[in-house]
Design a protein around this ligand. Structure first.
Ligand code: PEP
Ligand code: MN
Length: 633
């Protein structure tokens, strides 16, 4: 049962309540939620809930109707987020786990770890103990495999997930493994579940070959009841009469589990299909269906794999899949979780610079606008971990704050997919040569019609927003010609304004986050003309202050000599080296009428020399040349 505690319950009442429940044979867990604190109590013997309801400090008691208790949504309303080292699983994130089916050698696992990390995986998988259908198949390297996995993890910074098949290995898994996997064949090995649950570490629980969703949740209950709070469920296909694929991947399990349970669920399309070519489409489908992540088998040389070669992706296929997931994530309002590599570097540098402990203080990041602005959302989605977002009135102030070191980073919009470039920021990048682009983030812009709490669409007489906000919702606004449209300097600022004014006839167009910040109501979400509305933001910092790890994109600016073929020579230097240009934009040269600067974005290959060579050649044929930044996207 769930016992909702009164706000401000006395510690002594809490203690008495807990002792009372324990005396009746209940296990009690306290869960502090955003709105209320609850006790979750699970016991074997039935109890008359009125006995609990009358105790001091109890607001109400809700019986849990499902056979699984701790795993149920009734027990815990909010999504569980499982912390694994630097990685968080659950909530608005997509986590990608990748690696070979089996650890085959030290070299193979280290090589694969590096490859999958380079493409964006954040957790390394690899079986050391393999439960194989045939006793004559490769059974895994056992403890040696765990040792190699640990080494690959230390080199790459990726936590590892690997399967346990026997309680004999509990000690080793407790010490060396970050996420303990219970394989499909062991999903109902209840003794194993109990012992693994007791360790208290995160557990990845795979759905059994012939298990119902309820069976899966009952097995999760074993883990939770025995001590761990961190269970990640995994749909990996079930046996049906279909034989074309190795299993039938039950993607409908995702929304079902999401409704029934607070636990995160990921999908393994490799075992789910058994066929390499079917893995990427099913991975994308899983993410679209709401999975919190995917686990895929990748092998540097699948033809030579000791196990599951036919379902293992080539590294290039995995890289493409990661890019597709990245493109899909903003549509789902989610983030693909990245290892916070830049922050590791940053914190280390900060520590060196200031002589302060790494833990000391949050990073400060500047943005233009008011609280709740889209730029603020870009900050939180780029930095993922805790940072302090600081609002400034103008873009120039953001640059100044970065320059004088009062903030660590700035985040500025560069381009909107509907409205085009934000030229002001391109110009500022030129004016502040010590500031460089160190990162990039694209977010989807979803505009909402926002009014006062209690206001209705029929109350509205006036709508405030940035001219872009009004223009991008023109279709929706044209259905209400009687509304006056009032241009405002900022979208979130217009919400702050209507909140201050307090009139039900005023509405604003901004993000729903802005409505939340100012306690306003979202009257209608998604009112923009075209839903493919994205803004690309640049993360800027003082040059040399932070090191960008493995940059794969560069932005530079040139101005060409006034002679035939001048721009062509620059483009040729790129084309000759197969360097891929992502963007070319011209701007008037400040102070020189009818002369132009060209802003160019290109992909930086892993062989940096090719890029450096091209830049040297470009310098020779241009009047002006400046790198605006190297960064990783
Ligand atoms: C695995 O992930 O290596 C594995 C054996 O998967 P499953 O238990 O889903 O068959
Ligand atoms: Mn496998």
């Amino acid at each position: 049962m769930v016992i909702v505690l009164e706000h401000g319950i006395k510690e002594s009442d809490k203690k008495n309540l807990k002792e009372f429940l324990q005396s009746k044979g209940f296990k009690v867990k306290e869960i502090v939620g955003e709105e209320e604190t609850i006790f979750g109590a699970v016991g074997i013997k039935p109890i008359d809930i009125r006995e609990v309801e009358i105790l001091p400090g109890v607001l109400r008691v809700i019986p849990i109707t499902k056979p699984y208790k701790l795993a149920s949504r009734e027990f815990k309303k909010d999504d569980t987020v499982v912390n694994v080292g630097p990685v968080k699983i659950g909530g608005q994130r997509i986590v990608v786990m990748a690696g070979p089916c089996s650890v085959e050698s030290r070299e193979q696992i280290i090589q694969t770890a590096r490859l999958v990390k380079e493409s964006g995986a954040v957790i390394l998988r690899g079986g050391a103990f393999k439960p194989r259908t045939s006793p004559y198949s490769f059974q895994g390297l056992g403890l040696k495999g765990i040792e190699y996995l640990k080494e690959a993890s230390e080199i790459t910074g990726m936590p590892v997930v690997t399967e346990i098949i026997s309680t004999d290995h509990i000690g080793v898994f407790k010490e060396y493994v970050d996420i303990i996997q219970i394989g499909a064949r062991n999903m109902q090995n209840f003794e194993l579940l109990k012992r693994v649950g007791e360790i208290g570490k995160p557990v990845l629980l795979k759905r059994g070959l012939a298990a119902t969703i309820q069976d899966l949740l009952m097995s999760a209950e074993y883990l939770l009841a025995n001590g761990t709070d961190s269970v990640i469920l995994c749909e990996r296909g079930i046996r049906t009469f279909e034989t074309y694929t190795r299993n039938t991947l039950d993607l409908s399990a995702i929304p079902v589990v999401k409704k029934l349970s607070h636990l995160p669920i990921i999908v393994d399309p490799s075992h789910g299909t058994g066929i390499r070519a079917k893995v990427p489409p099913m991975a994308l489908a899983a993410v679209s269906a709401g999975a919190d992540g995917i686990m895929v088998e990748v092998h540097p040389n699948p033809e030579k794999a000791f196990s599951d070669g036919p379902q293992s992706l080539y590294p290039e296929q995995f890289e493409k899949l990661m890019r597709d997931i990245e493109a899909l994530a903003p549509v789902l309002k989610k983030e693909v979780y990245r290892l916070p590599e830049y922050t590791t570097e940053t914190y280390t540098l900060k520590k060196r610079e200031e002589g302060k402990p790494i833990e000391g203080g949050l990073l400060k990041v500047a943005f233009q606008g008011e609280k709740g602005a889209y730029s603020e959302r870009a900050i939180h989605s780029y930095f993922q971990n805790e940072v302090e977002a600081i609002a400034f009135q103008s873009f120039r102030r953001v640059f100044d704050a970065v320059l004088d070191g009062s903030v660590d980073y700035g985040v500025i919009p560069l381009e909107n997919s509907l409205a085009g470039s934000i030229h002001r920021n391109y110009d500022l990048l030129l004016q502040y040569p010590d500031i460089k682009i160190v990162g990039e983030k694209t977010i989807r812009i979803i505009h909402s019609l926002i009014g006062l709490p209690g206001a209705d669409i029929t109350d509205i007489k006036r709508v405030y927003s940035h001219p872009q906000g009004l223009a991008q919702c023109e279709g929706f606004l044209s259905a209400h010609p009687e509304w006056e449209q009032v241009p405002f300097y900022d979208t979130a600022g217009s919400v702050a304004f209507i909140a201050r004014e307090g009139k039900r006839e005023n509405a604003a167009i901004a993000s729903s986050e802005a409505a939340g910040v100012y306690g306003m109501k979202v009257i209608k979400e998604g009112i923009e003309n075209i839903s493919q509305n994205y803004t690309r933001f640049a993360v800027i910092a003082l040059e040399g202050r932070f090191k960008v790890v493995s940059p794969n994109k560069a932005s530079f600016v040139i101005s060409t000599m006034d002679k035939p073929g001048a721009l062509y020579l620059t483009l040729k230097a790129l084309a000759d080296r197969q360097l891929n240009m992502k963007k070319l934009e011209s701007r008037p040269f400040p102070g020189k009428p009818w002369e132009y600067m060209f802003y160019i974005d290109i992909d930086v290959p892993s062989e940096r020399e090719i890029f450096d060579e091209a830049m040297e050649e470009i310098k020779k044929s241009t009047d002006y040349f400046r790198i605006l930044g190297f960064y990783r996207v």
